[in-house]
Unconditional design. Structure first.
Length: 95
């Protein structure tokens, strides 16, 4: 007699992994902050991970976030130039 690990009707909960654009650490996407580039080219935090388009992920470390801003890593990850207000982005990151 074999034991079937999957029960009928049971949903599997797949956790997608993403990589921090600054440090390269891989983690489940729910544990990372997702940023997108809007149609106007502004960098925007996607709090619910639901907005359409390419996303760039950053771990919860403030140093990783600042590093991504300073080294233009969002431009590369989002495949285009992004504009942002550094002070607003930092306050949004902390809050």
């Amino acid at each position: 007699m074999t034991v079937d690990k999957k029960k009928k009707g049971a949903k599997s909960h797949h956790m997608s992994t993403r990589m921090c654009v600054a440090c390269g650490k891989r983690s489940a996407s729910v544990h990372l902050l997702r940023y997108i580039r809007t149609e106007s080219g502004r960098l925007e935090l996607d709090r619910k991970h639901r907005k359409g388009g390419r996303g760039a992920y950053v771990c919860g470390s403030k140093s990783c976030f600042e590093n991504a801003l300073l080294r233009s890593l969002f431009n590369r990850a989002l495949r285009g130039k992004v504009s942002f207000d550094r002070n607003r982005m930092l306050s949004e990151f902390e809050g």
